[in-house]
Write a protein that binds this ligand. Structure first.
Ligand code: ZN
Length: 187
């Protein structure tokens, strides 16, 4: 079991349940690397099965029994774009209402996703966003600044200043492009 969407871009997974949001973002296609895992139910189902198994391990919760159908894909891709905006620091269009459940266990109140199918997944993504925002780790989830990459990475730099998912690859490409532009401007 693993965060399959995030793994295919060889990225470090975000801590705990926030990795679900990261993995959801990384279902996007990156040219020459990977397909859009939400473009087809045959790709979306195995992705969701792996991601939900990882999520349940991170949250010590039962694995939710959800099935995604072809009719869910469009809404999920729209939701993914809302998360792209949100991670980029913009406001996002949201399908309402978003529901979640409060569960009391061992004297601790915990927030859990609720609903079935796509609604459950939607609820889980927002629940994890809320928890990450409250614990202060949300601003570390970022999209690589390089056009054509935009993979979702978790920034572990000390002052949260990272903008590339990998400085040696995307950072270098961006530097090369910038120096080419400078040379062009000078000539
Ligand atoms: Zn990148």
């Amino acid at each position: 079991m693993s965060w399959t969407a995030t793994d295919r871009y060889r990225l470090r997974a975000a801590p705990s349940g926030l990795a679900l949001v990261q993995d959801f973002l990384n279902t996007r296609a990156i040219q020459t690397y990977g397909l859009d895992l939400l473009s087809d139910a045959d790709l979306a189902r195995p992705w969701a099965a792996e991601a939900l198994a990882e999520w349940s391990r991170a949250r010590e919760a039962e694995v939710p029994d959800i099935t995604l159908g072809s009719s869910d894909l469009r809404a999920l891709r729209d939701l993914r774009e809302s998360f792209v905006s949100l991670v980029d620091g913009q406001d996002a269009a949201v399908e309402r209402p978003i529901k979640a459940e409060l569960v009391l266990r061992d004297g601790v109140v915990r927030l859990f996703p609720s609903g079935t199918g796509r609604q459950w997944l939607t609820s889980a993504l927002w629940t994890e966003t809320l928890l990450a925002q409250q614990s202060g780790i949300w601003p570390r989830l970022k999209l690589c600044r390089l056009d054509g990459c935009r993979s979702a990475f978790y920034d572990v730099s000390r002052n949260n200043s990272g903008v590339w998912h990998d400085v040696r690859t995307c950072g270098n490409i961006a530097n090369l492009r910038a120096s080419r532009e400078r040379k062009k401007a000078l000539s």
